[in-house]
Design a protein around this ligand. Sequence first.
Ligand code: MRU
Length: 334
Amino acid sequence: MRTLRFDETTLELVAINQTKLPLETEYIRISESRVLYQAIKELAIRGAPAIGVGAALGLYACALRFEDKAPEGFLYSFDKTVEYIASSRPTARNLFYACGRMSAASRQGTSIEDIKESLKNEAFSIEKEDIELCRAIGKNGEKLIRDGAAILTHCNAGALCAVEYGTALAPIYEAKAKGKAVYVYADETRPLLQGARLTCFELTEAGIDTTLICDNMAAGLMAKGKIDLVIVGCDRVAANGDFANKTGTLSLAVNARHFGVPFYVAVPSSTVDLSALTGDDIVIEERDGAEITEKFFKNPIAPESVKTYNPAFDVTPGSLVTGYITEKGVFKSI
Ligand code: MRU
């Protein structure tokens, strides 16, 4: 499944609208900064790697439409657009990584045509690298999965979170491709249900034996010895190994440590932020409380006057991580 692609005929970014899955497969065409910003902010494009690649290809599509006639004006417009897109969501490192690379690429070349060519090359490189990183994570992580293993995952870190293949689910796809039997327990991932809507959709499409559970059932499964290992993705990893991932990951890691279940994080280098020394330096996005109280329900499920607290991510200390599955291998520290 291809989450994102650049249409070379219309010169637009084409992205699956992830908020509509699994009921509808709708594609959004993006060539305008406001649409790109909304697509990322409202989670049509979501998952750290997809956000990064979407930003890169989307920025290139936007730049092709600038009407500036001189390079100085073009670069001014590009800088403003990068700044705007970088403000769409605060946590996933890949967004800032991609914006930084596209900014640097905009300084290669003196004419507008040269700059556009440089932006095209950089955006396509970021897209190609994403595919390669995910494939390598799959190959390295597959070795951790024995034939017949039961794996627990949280949120969506499969093909839909990247250009294709994904991060945390890549080792699972690879294990299946090698003929191993694999069983996945997918946390539903409240409040927006990425696990139920996206992970279960893509795993069942791939023919992988998948069981959906509510987030609060994971500890019970671990206590019964039903989980061999946990693999999750991440949105940003700090230099000391602390990492941010979808809210609920921290309690999984604590439970895994308590029950002696190995806990792995799949991490492409585009998600590592060495300027964040610890998890305290990672900005955690707080989203609208309506996501908790009503978004997926016909009627509000809580009294209107109730207060809400809705951090989209939490930070798990590196001390709870058994290993980081990267494109270069599996490591005990970052
Ligand atoms: O809010 P989302 O859906 O963008 O959150 C996504 C996650 O938390 C994923 O687990 C994370 O991006 C890892 S995907 C490699």
